[in-house]
Design a protein around this ligand. Sequence first.
Ligand code: NAD
Length: 706
Amino acid sequence: MSYFKQTIDGDIGTLEFDTPDSSVNILSSAALTELEQQLDEIAGRSDIKVLLITSAKKSIFIAGADIKEIESITDPQEASEKCNRGKQVFDKLEKLPQITVAVINGACLGGGYELSLACTYRVAGFAGCVKIGLPEVRLGILPGFGGCVRLPKLIGIGNALSVILPGKVLDANRALTLGMVDRLFYDPILVEQAKTFGRAVLSKKEKVHRRRKTLITKLLEGNPVGRSILFSQARKSVMKSTAGHYPAPLVALDTIKSLVGKSQAEALRLESEGFGKLGASEISKNLIHVFYLDEQYKKKKWNDAEPTLTHVKKAGVVGAGVMGGGIAQLLAKNNVICRIKDLNNQALALALKTARDVYKYLLKTRRMKKGQVEAQMSLISPTTTYDGFKNADVVIEAVVERMDIKKQVFKELDEVVQPSACLFTNTSSLSVTEMAQCTSRQDRVCGFHFFNPVHRMPLLEIIATEKTSEQTIATAVAFARQLGKMVIVVKDKEGFIVNRILLPYMNEAAYLFQEGVDTKHLDDIVKRFGMPMGPMELADEVGIDVGYHVAHILEGAYGNRMRIAEILKTVYEAGMLGKKSGEGFYIHAGKHKTVSSNVQNMRGNTVFTLDDDVTLKRLVYIMINEASRCLEEGVVESASTIDVGMIYGTGFPPFRGGLLRYADSVGVKHIVSDLKNFQDRFDQHRFEPSQLLLSMAETNDTFYPS
Ligand SMILES: NC(=O)c1ccc[n+]([C@@H]2O[C@H](COP(=O)([O-])OP(=O)(O)OC[C@H]3O[C@@H](n4cnc5c(N)ncnc54)[C@H](O)[C@@H]3O)[C@@H](O)[C@H]2O)c1
């Protein structure tokens, strides 16, 4: 295999990285070995004065180290050795007698950017495909090919921490501002410009002035007290965003801290040691698993059909409530012209306010300019009639969660919307099949389930009925991706996947609360497990009326195992609806909340005798059990679809790899044995293990191949 091609133009040599039979360049062991041979040879070449490292791949410089190799690491020693190998090669690159220039034409991530750090200069194209960064912590590891050592030297400790600890990926302009690249050139002539740049620095006609440190930076980074403040602030910020569940940024921080004042050789050794602590960890394996899921589901073809529309230009939205307003904003954000209908102007005004509030935040955080916001807001036009709906490519229904109203809306839409248009419903739990039956186009109807808040939640659940055509699914998938969402396609069964699994968990939390586990304690147990929010906080956030309503539909569909906890009914009937009414399980005052003693008093005599372990198991195993039923009934085709749904739809902790990967790590046998025990102790129906779990326990089976 040949990965690199050498060419020479005057005194400029070019080493072009072009992995055979692949659309990307990755620093595998084989590629590193060949790179080393090439560098050894170039080191002796006196005719080459400047060496450019370029890529033959479109929009990709080097995507990183080989993740498969990282995944296969089984012990810390092996992890450190893998790092040392990369370091050895990059050390040769750094020590070449020639001036070296990394010519970044696209993704330059992880090991790819570490290679460029070993070059004398880095130049990049302006194009949007240029993405630069060290995102290793997202895979549960740290930059191990010299990134922790060279980046702080290049851009300062504080800046390097701000890139490495969150695993940030920057566009070309931001990379230039931080000093991570030295020049930006026009993309079509990037290599030519890089040659001109190389010649200019060689002849000393051009000098690269790296950004000077500000006085504050000098004060902070130049003495032990300042550095100690810097590192302690960085630690606080990591703890705030990860709650300590992710060791990689903390080990990266400690590693960078330990490098200060060390020789480069010693610093590189310490970096490999830091990598060794992480490379073989279960958390890293889980995060790599989630990375693969992410890659796979971003592109997954759900069937062989082609979409009838590859790009939606005009869409209608019916229902301008919490969801309708959010959906309109998302459409406008993606340049889709949006007509939104409700019964009255007050509702429409509220939807416009919802959309504007999202934009206000984007303005405040400087992600958009005022002119762009106004242009996008003008794409949303409110109406109380179906005026303009006949031009819509697709329509999304988001009226109240009532079958009679939804059916009426579908009947009306069927009459006014052009025959070829697809009709989508945002229902959380109702039968899409029943709604579709009110139309003359059952093949062009499916569920299109956004999560709240629409602009923040990455998942979109597409619900296919028996009658939905493959083209409609393909169209819905393409449209969801146009809106930047992660898609799963599921069958039409009450609650679909995410709500069907999440609601029993929230209901179980209510049972535990009834038995005497305190509100905050319940939330803390779950957050310690890694969920972004506890179940009681979530109930208040979603709205106890909304949750209760969906829980009611699920109880009707699935019977005793989803019997609603009495306390939910009591709280709902008392009008304590959570955040929206000011009180639910918590009392909400602005950004602050305190546990509501009113709800605590409503639960009567309690019998709390559980330890935290049993509490957590009841909450998590009830989800695993319901997920296994979804698989058993064919509502989804694979465990990975459930895991994608739970991670992107509920924030199930990625470091656990997903709900069913977590089940595998515990062992289905143990889960079944606990569920049987809980059946005897707490409730026969709620904890009855599914047939799938029982048979898996018998054969020692796992959800994922082991
Ligand atoms: N709120 C959530 O967290 C959430 C999350 C996912 C999905 N959903 C689903 O989205 C849908 C809407 O939920 P929501 O929370 O936005 O409800 P909402 O009560 O905030 O808004 C519903 C809107 O529909 C309007 N409406 C009622 N009948 C109408 C008609 N015939 N024509 C036009 N407008 C009509 C109402 O006036 C109201 O403004 C529901 O199906 C719900 O299950 C809600």
